[in-house]
Each structure stands twice: as C-alpha cells, then as structure tokens.
Design a protein around this ligand. Structure first.
Ligand code: TRP
Ligand code: SF4
Length: 328
C-alpha cells in the first residue's frame, strides 16, 4: 500500500525558535517515516506580509533549511523544497484565482484578524488577500491527504477544500480534499510568559549559543509572589515550570510539589532546567552551525528537493489544464 501524502510549509522569517519547534517541526520529523512527506519553505508566502524588505529573504531560506535538517528532517525521507523553485505553484495559483469568489477570501477570519493586528504594515494588497488561493495551490498540486497545521491555519485548509470542490464541480473531479492533521503539540511560552514570538523578543532559538541560552533561562520569569526561596510557589504561573513540563516530564510531579512546598528555590529550579534544555539544544545548535558553513551545499540539497517536487507538480498542473480543456 502506498503511503498517504503529507504536506506542510513554513515561512522563512528568521531563525527557528523552540516555540516553532514544539509547535510544528518536531511533529514533521515524526511523520517522515510513515507518510510520503512534502515540506517546503514558503518564500512567496513570506512576501505576502513582508514585501517591503526582501533583502534578507535569501539568507532566511538558507538558515531555515539548516534548522530543518539540524532538527531532524531528512531529505532522503521527505521531499524538502523551496516554493519559488517550483514555478507550477504559481501557475495553479493563477488558475484558482480565476474562479475563486472574492467573498470567500474576504470572509476568511485570518484575513480580518491580520489586517487588524499588523497595523504597522500596509497589507491591503492583492497578494495578501489572495494568499489562501496560493496555499490551496501548494497543497492540491501534490494531492496531499493530510496537512499538519495549527488551529490558526484551519480556515485556510477549509478554503482549500472549497477551492478543490469548486474546481472538481466546474471541470472534472481531479483534486482530493485534504484533511488537517492535528498533531499533539507542546506549548512553550516565551521567557517572559507570553507566547513565544520573535516580535516580543522572548524567544530561545537554535541560533543562540549555549551561553546565551543559559543566560536566557536564568532571566526567565517565575512566580512573582515568591520573594524568599522557601515561600510556597505557584508553578501554574511560572514559565520555567512550563519548560520543565517538556524537558523534565519524568519528574514533573516532584518539581511541582517541591515548588508548592517551598522546598526548592527558583535559582536551583532554573539550573536544573538549564542543564536539560542545553542537552537538547546544544547538538541541534552545533549541527546547524556546521551546516551553515556550507551554504551552497544546503541550497543544492534544497534545489534537488525542488526538482523532485517539480515532477509531481508538473503532472498535476497538466491534469488540471486538461480538465479545464486548456491543454492546447
Ligand atoms: N500559511 C502557512 C503559514 O503562514 C505556510 C503555508 C503556506 C502552508 N502554504 C502552506 C502550510 C501549505 C501548510 C500547507 O505558516
Ligand atoms: Fe517556577 Fe521552579 Fe520557581 Fe516554582 S521553583 S516558581 S517552578 S522556577
């Protein structure tokens, strides 16, 4: 039996941080063995909100590829590629753009949300409005069965299914409707307790050196009600504790009890985390640093992935044009 097809993408917007890793990437790594996986760097998507300054995009593409591989994605197992190196995405996007009603795009909840949130940028552009159409092309061009995405992307996936249905109805049924793959994710807050995000400056990334990581751990926000180290603590409000849930799962009850009874001080508790976090972080950091010594090599591997993806994309595009009777 052939493996089911999985596809997902990530925007090259800078270094991968632990929030990205535990939110998505570590699941991608797990999926590689059981599915025919396609993972891509969505550089055109990055331009839908970051069109003004594109000067760093190339570097971000290369460093994301380094992060991918350092975190365990394997180009021998999964097809890892760059969106803009598979031109067929653009052509299918154009064809979808012809028959996607404007109202579908305008009513997309993430569209309205982002317009409100990204006030400092002018994203009242055609590209930003049409981005779910591009995403539909990304997914349908590989006939993906499953798309591992976060909750925030569910409306886009629903739109993808609607676009597939509309195409199948207007022309011929060639697209299958992809399903979301809601994998278990571990939520790591930022060092200040808010959501980990580059814009809050509260991330721990694989580009950070072990020294920087060690410092960031020591400066993490803990229970503000604890003044002396034998004060009873409230782990539920402490970001160090959220990290322990991921890195010290085997003794989490012990840490919780010690904290509540005031039997462990925050400094000692952070030291414990430091050790475990670094044991996880350091090998990935080193691998990434080593990979980035040979940027041309990384880009070469990415290009090979794009060529492989291109074969499939070409075949689907051809079928779509035949279904539309525009294969003249
Ligand atoms: N929109 C996704 C994001 O912003 C990236 C993305 C683009 C994607 N195309 C995709 C994800 C296709 C899954 C499938 O993170
Ligand atoms: Fe947080 Fe640990 Fe301090 Fe408790 S002891 S508040 S879990 S850092």
């Amino acid at each position: 039996m052939s493996k089911k097809i999985v596809l997902s993408g990530a925007r090259p917007t800078g270094e991968i941080h632990l929030g990205n890793y535990f939110g998505a990437l570590h699941n991608w790594v797990k999926l590689q063995d059981d599915y025919d996986c396609h993972f891509f760097i969505a550089d055109w998507h990055a331009m839908t909100t970051g069109y003004e300054d594109t000067s760093q995009l190339g570097d971000y593409v290369t460093s994301l590829m380094a992060d991918f591989i350092a975190c365990g994605l394997d180009p021998e197992k999964a097809t890892i590629f760059l969106q803009s190196e598979v031109m067929e995405h653009a052509e299918l996007f154009l064809l979808f753009a012809m028959n996607t009603p404007l109202s579908w795009l305008e009513r997309c909840p993430t569209y309205k949300d982002q317009l409100n949130q990204l006030k400092e940028k002018d994203i009242t552009t055609y590209g930003f409005l049409g981005y779910p159409c591009l995403q539909a092309a990304d997914i349908l061009i590989y006939n993906a069965d499953f798309v591992p995405v976060g909750e925030d992307q569910l409306p886009h996936l629903e739109l993808t299914r609607e676009i597939a249905r509309r195409f199948n109805h207007l022309y011929q049924p060639i697209f299958s409707e992809p399903q979301p793959l809601l994998t278990e994710t571990k939520v790591l807050p930022g060092t200040d307790g808010r959501k980990m995000s580059k814009s809050y400056g509260n991330t721990i990334s694989f580009a950070d050196t072990p020294e920087v990581v060690a410092k960031k751990v020591m400066s993490m926000l803990t229970d503000p009600a604890r003044i002396r180290k034998d004060d009873p603590g409230h782990p539920e409000v402490c970001s160090v504790f959220s990290f322990h849930k991921v890195f010290s799962a085997f003794e989490i009850e012990h840490i919780e009890t010690q904290c509540r009874r005031g039997e462990i001080g925050c400094v000692a508790c952070k030291r414990k985390l430091q050790k475990r976090l670094l044991a996880f972080h350091q090998p990935i950091h080193e691998k990434r640093t080593e990979l980035l010594q040979d940027k041309a090599g990384l880009r070469q591997v990415l290009r090979q992935g794009s060529e492989k993806a291109g074969l499939k994309a070409k075949a689907t595009l051809k079928a779509a044009k035949r279904a539309m009777r525009i294969d003249y």
